[in-house]
Each structure stands twice: as C-alpha cells, then as structure tokens.
Design a protein around this ligand. Sequence first.
Ligand code: UDP
Length: 485
Amino acid sequence: MEEGSHRRPHAIMIPIPLQGHVIPTVHLAMKLASKGFTITFINTQFIHHNITKSKPNTTSQELNVDDEDIFAGARKSGLDIRYRTVGDGFPLAFDRLLNLDAYLEGTLHVFQAHVDELVGDIVREADNPPVSCLIADTFHTWPLAIANKYELLHVSFWTEPALVFSLYYHLDLLIRNGHFASRDNREDTIDYIPGVEAIEPKDLSSYLQETDVPKVMHRFLFKAFKGVKKADYVLINTVKELETPTISALQEKQPVYAIGPVHVLEKGLTTGIEVATSLKSESDCSQWLDNKPRGSVLYISFGSFSLASKHDVDEIAQGLLLSGVSFVWVLRPDTVSYVETYALPVGFEEEIKGRGLIVPWCRQIEVISHPAVGGFLTHCGWNSVLESMWCGVPMLCLPLLTDQPSNRKLVVDDWKVGLNLCDRKPLNRAEVKAKINSLMSGNSAEKLRKEMNKIRQMVENAVGGDGESEKSLCEFVSQVKAKIN
Ligand code: UDP
C-alpha cells in the first residue's frame, strides 16, 4: 500500500509479436506509466532480439540479448516500467512470416503456456505494487483465461479502428447473413452491424472476405472475440470524434474507451525518452529530405509485413518515373515475397538519381513529419493512417490485406483525406502517374489538404488536455484505481 492507503495499479502488458502491434503497445505503456501505473511489459524473445539487434551501433554478435532492457531510458526518467521476455515456442532462427500457419498454430498452444507461467511468476514476485491488471492485445486468444486464473482485471487493447473491431465483434451477424467468407462474391451492402451505417463486402477485413484464409486465422478470430466480450475494459487506438456512432454502439455493450492516437506522448512529461520499438535498422532520410521543397516528396511504404505483387511494384516504379514527383520509397527486401526479392525496372535507379530515395526501412514518423513530405502512398495499416493524419499528410491508398480495406474506406470514403489507387485492377502505370499527380498538386490536392487539416486538428485536439482521448484515458485510469482500492 502507498499514497495513503491507495494502491498503484500494476499492469502486465503483452502485445501481439508484430511490428504494427508492438509500437502502439509500447506507447500505451509509456502513457499509462506517466499516469501513475506500474507496468511490466512482456515481449517475445524473438521481438526483443530483433529490436536490440536493429539498434544503431550494436551487432548481434556484440549483443547479450538477456542483458538488454528497452525501457531502461524510461525508468531513468522516473517511469516505473519493468521488462520481461517470453519464448513463443519457436527458435529465434525460425522464419515466422514464411511459416505463418505453423507459427500461429504453435502460438495457440505453446505461447499461451509460456505466458501463463511467466504471468504466474510475476504475480507471485511483485508486491510493490501487486499486479492488478492484464492488458493484452485483443488478437490474443488467452487473456480471459489468464486474467481469470490470476484474478486480474482484463483489459483488451485494440490497435485497429473501432470499425474493424465492431465487424469482428459481430461475426455472428456476418455469418447469419452469409457475408462471412462468402463464396458467392456478394455485393449487397451490409447495413445490420450496430453503429456501422453501411459497408460494402469489398471493404471488410480480408480475413472476413476470403475463403482461403488459413483456418487457424479464423480460429484465432473466433476465440479472441469471444474472450473480448468478457473483458473488463476495452481500449481502442482511435479518436471518438472520427468514429462516434461505432464507438457509442460498442459502449452500450461494455466499457470501451477511444484513447488514440497513443503514439503521442504528453507534452513535457516524456519528452526525450527513447524507447526502441523498431524491428529493423532505420535508414536516415533527413538530410536527403532537407534539400527538397516543402510538400514536394511522396513517401511510399507498405508497412512491416504485407506483400505487394511483382506487377504492382513494377507499375508503381513506372508510374513514379512518369509522374516526375520526388519520393522516398521503403522497399523492404521482402516486399513481394518472403523468399524472393523484388526487381525494379532496368535503369530505374539511374533514372531517379537525386529525385528518388529507396531505403529498406526508416523511422516513418520522422519522415512523414518532415516538411518536404506532401503525400503518402500507403497500404493503409492503421498506425500509418493515424501517423499520416497526425502529420497532416494526405494518402494514396493501396490496401493489401487484413484491416487495410476497411481502413481505406474510412480514409477515402468517410473522411475524404485520401484517394484510391485501386479503382481499376490490375494496377497500371498510367493510373499510378495520374493518382500521384492528383495527390501532390492541383485542385484535388488542394481539396485533400483542406480536409486533412480539419482531421489533423481534430486528432490533435483529441489528445490535448481537454480532448476526448485524453479524457477517456483518464477516466479508464480512475476506473481501474477505484476498482483495485
Ligand atoms: N514503420 C517504420 N518504418 C518503416 C515502415 C513502417 O517505422 O519504414 C512503422 C510505422 O511508422 C508504423 C508501423 O511501422 O508505426 C507499421 O504499422 P502499420 O499499422 O502502418 O502497418 P503494418 O506493418 O502493421 O502492416
């Protein structure tokens, strides 16, 4: 007991071991710690190994993985964030993306057992303060069982928009109406999901549309969303004003808090705290960008694991040549396949010298917040969408899989801060050129920027002192404090 007789909340936090989930969960940990939580953050050994290996000035040989602690800087600044790692049941060298089905299948059993054991150890060891909550990514299948076993509050953290949460939450309705993994190319509008006025089948998450999704993925979804319905609290990395009807409908079911975007830390409080979250080494683009005029550069990235087709990469490269626009293109070595590398058109790199920069990975938030960047060709990963809106950069949308089709609908159809790059399939260079030019200059660009300014302001207001996201987070914190004292 401390602070009079008030117990500090102590949360164990566990992200899904993928880049797009680790980043927001680390940021949420920092936010909660800055509001008086003690956090014990758990990464898988695989994620931990990649983060520490990719930090500047370290090599995997030099590194003693077990000695590294990604939150050491946060602790020095007064935040009580402790750090542990857990095995996911596979050796470090096992290629998890290449063998995704086997990996997911394995994590359903072995990972759960390892987490259970570690959570048990932490609960037994920690008495200052004792552990009171489990904050786990909604996609995990085991939080309900583990929270119940150790008598912890079960907090589910959703790193995608409320729209996508709501669609998975109402899987039963999609199944009853024949829209789940439908084999007959349904085109009729879905208008029966509470809080979702209307959505076309093509805009559902790919896991809901496709019939050839690995069966284990559907088992994950069913189990995860059965569990989340019993969570004490759900935190969503979105802004209420952007998705009001959807969030209000969810709030009728259980305590749901829209607290995004979480990557924004309170001004002053955590400034200067460096927590490594990147799984890959980041190329520095700042000097290159410094020499470009304001708003002139297109940034291109398909996120951390989605695969584009060889055809798309080729047409984008040709479209870039035709457009005359300057660009930074994140081309991961595994952009088109986890086994083969991409091939750019012959002479491409020579032709774009000075105008284009190709990097395998960068610090995205730094690149898109640079004044030279005026547009973002994106796969519509939710972190990328939030970061783009935070920086006021309009988007050109090429969704590839998972939640990305639904995110595209929000960006282009609802909020009008982006254009489609998938109107005509297959993608062709003339469309790429035309859309890049419409995004970067002329009347359509002007219109997009105007809308984006409104959204950027809305997002900024949400995380300010009186903003909806900030108020929701504070409300969640006081609910937890009241419950454990
Ligand atoms: N990211 C980055 N450097 C890159 C590409 C991406 O730091 O070169 C970050 C990006 O800022 C975002 C995350 O990786 O926070 C990707 O998440 P997102 O939801 O956009 O896509 P995912 O990788 O989950 O498909």
